[in-house]
Design a protein around this ligand. Structure first.
Ligand code: ADP
Ligand code: MG
Length: 601
């Protein structure tokens, strides 16, 4: 397996696992595991390697060690549990979205039970007791956030069987095996967690109800999103939704007194019948050009943020369930300093100083306006049909240039977005939803204008159109401009996406792919596990797809087909990786586009 140094050393796919039997070896009784632990107690840490194998626990589940860490400071041991018949209704697994929802539910249950039992605590390697102190002992499963996405922590099969992947940091004192402690984890904690989180017979009636509710809600949200095109909508915001979040750093719902629940203006209300009985009513944002106006601090950005992550399904109780948007929608923003590679930004920017070409624009340090232009063209390249822009994060000179400025500077290289937004809609069918609090010129180009006041929207389209007529006499004119041409697809070079160093995602805002890729401005990423998956996907693309003739969008289609057919496991860097969550095409390409070593053919 080329490219990238393994984050788990010897367990990379296809390299031939050293010693481990994976899931292929013979199944041994749990008593065998217990006697191994007795034998290796007190020995040097490497003796934990004897755990490789699969062990049967009371015919209820098997435990397999996929990768055993070689020392207490290395990345933790990875293991999985397989349960052939957990007893849940096969109805939970009949289609893809139900399996995604069920897997997400079991992951949360496992995490919660383990956490309640203190099983995820352990002793940190650098903690008390120093080098000779006790270390390790924690059991952890990838922890989901507010969104329900396809993940590898639990794999549900159509026959109702489950595979659950987690990590264990095998306990040690100094560098010696703590066999007794390990026994406690594997024979007391883990069976308890498995039994209460993964076996139906131990579910209380309310828990069974929660599982069903979770699956139904996710399936209904997915269904609602799939109905948007037929309804002529770019987005839908449910009446009663709770949009604000606890803080900029906490995605949980704001629980302060005085929270205002969302309520659609009467004229914009749409009702959709759902699959599992009942219906949902809310604001339909029609395709075309929509403005969200309003004074500062009245909830404009909060509404747009809910729409931009409305490409994902939400957890019941999140507050933003059934706030859904066009699944291809792309948040566009200025991001000065980012790298741009061979993007045709000529629809927006021409005649740069010193005759620098904008048909294949590259820069290691793009400006606010050029980065925003590149973001739009990159989104169109992969088929986005809705653009989302917030003035808070847009470059003003990219958005507008008023009559006075046009007089002073007639040959600005920028054709502002206001002159392109209607063309995008009328000739290419690309909708835009824009937060605009500062520039009424946008009334001219909008189909629909919503005003947010005290966190509640009103439909101000008529009023705004009347204002245009009243004020037009000032003689503002719009220049006639060329049609908007979408440039040819970019072709990836053969040698690209082959990092010189390791591939790791530890934070939401950064992917290490050899060098660090800054993802801090990629706002539709919601989980670090997606960042890890993006890294693995980029590696996979570099190895399997980039032959010097594949286009960027074509390569992404190959990736998505592979994941659709064989799951995220198919592109994973490590076998039985339990810490991946599925990114959209837009987030994968966002990372590729920001990769400073990207090469085009
Ligand atoms: P704007 O973009 O219009 O300036 P924001 O969307 O940033 O305003 O919201 C301003 C503040 O109001 C934020 O702190 C946000 O959490 C809070 N807020 C937003 N919507 C609501 C709401 N429906 N109820 C209560 N507080 C809200
Ligand atoms: Mg704002």
């Amino acid at each position: 397996y080329g490219g990238g140094r393994g984050r788990h050393g010897d367990s990379r796919r296809g390299k031939g696992r050293s010693g481990p039997s994976g899931s292929n070896g013979p199944v041994q009784p749990a008593s065998k595991l217990s006697s191994i632990l007795q034998q290796i107690d007190g020995k040097s840490y490497g003796a934990y390697k004897d755990l490789y194998g699969t062990f049967d626990f009371d015919s209820e589940y098997t435990l397999t060690f996929d990768h055993v860490q070689s020392d207490p400071f290395a990345s933790p041991t990875r293991a999985h549990i397989s349960i052939t018949n957990p007893g849940f209704s096969l109805d939970c697994f009949t289609n893809k979205i139900r399996r995604v929802a069920a897997a997400d539910f079991f992951t949360r249950m496992f995490w919660q039970t383990c956490h309640n039992a203190g099983g995820d605590q352990g002793h940190s390697a650098g903690g008390s007791g120093g080098y000779h102190g006790e270390k390790g002992g924690a059991v952890t499963i990838d922890r989901p956030g507010q969104h329900v996405v396809e993940r590898t922590s639990v794999v549900c099969a159509i026959d109702g069987s489950l595979q659950v992947r987690f990590t264990l940091s095998m306990p040690a004192r100094g560098r010696s095996v703590l066999g007794q402690k390990a026994y406690g984890i594997l024979f007391e904690l883990l069976p308890q967690v498995v039994k209460s989180s993964l076996l139906r017979k131990n579910y209380s009636t309310p828990q069974q109800h929660l599982l069903q509710q979770h699956i139904n809600s996710v399936e209904d949200q997915e269904y609602l999103r799939s109905q948007l095109p037929a309804l002529g909508l770019a987005a839908f915001v449910r009446n009663g939704a709770l949009l604000p979040r606890k803080s900029g750093a906490d995605d949980a719902p704001l629980d302060a007194a005085g929270v205002v629940l969302f309520k659609s203006p009467g004229g914009m209300e749409v009702t959709v019948e759902l699959l599992h009985g009942g219906s949902v009513t809310g604001m339909g944002v029609r395709r075309g050009v929509t403005l969200i106006c309003g004074g500062g601090f009245h909830g404009k950005s909060t509404l747009l943020n809910a729409i931009e992550t409305g490409v994902y399904n939400r957890l019941v109780g999140d507050g933003r369930e059934f706030v859904c948007s066009d699944p291809t929608s792309s948040k566009i923003r200025a991001e000065d300093g980012r790298s741009v590679c061979g993007v045709d930004i000529s629809p927006f920017i021409n005649n740069l100083p010193q005759g620098k070409s904008t048909k294949k624009f590259s820069s290691a340090d793009a400006s606010g306006s050029t980065s925003q232009a590149a973001a739009i063209v990159e989104a169109l390249e992969i088929g986005a049909t809705t653009l989302l822009i917030d003035e808070d994060t847009a470059a003003t000179n990219f958005m507008v240039r008023d009559a006075r400025m046009q007089t002073l500077i007639p040959s600005d290289p920028i054709t502002p977005f206001i002159h392109r937004v209607r063309q995008l809609w009328e000739t290419h069918g690309i909708s835009s939803i824009l937060v605009v609090g500062g520039c009424g010129d946008y009334f001219e180009v909008a189909d629909q204008i919503v005003v947010m006041e005290n966190y509640t929207p009103t439909d101000a389209t008529e009023r705004a159109k009347a204002i245009i007529t009243e004020t037009r006499s000032r003689g503002d004119t719009y220049p006639s401009i060329d049609p908007f041409m979408i440039g040819p697809p970019r072709i990836l070079a053969r040698s690209t996406l082959q990092p010189g160093g390791k591939v790791v995602g530890r934070r939401l805002n950064c992917l290490t792919f050899g060098d660090d890729i800054d993802l801090g401005s990629v706002e539709q990423l919601v989980e670090t596990s997606q960042v890890r998956a993006i890294g693995d996907i980029m590696l996979w693309m570099g190895r399997k797809v980039c032959d010097g003739s594949a286009s960027l969008s074509g390569a992404l289609e190959v990736v998505e087909k592979e994941i659709e057919r064989n799951g995220l496991d198919a592109i994973a860097q490590y076998q039985f990786a339990g810490d991946l969550a599925r990114p959209r095409r837009g987030e994968i390409v966002a990372a590729i586009n920001r990769y400073r070593e990207l090469c085009l053919a």
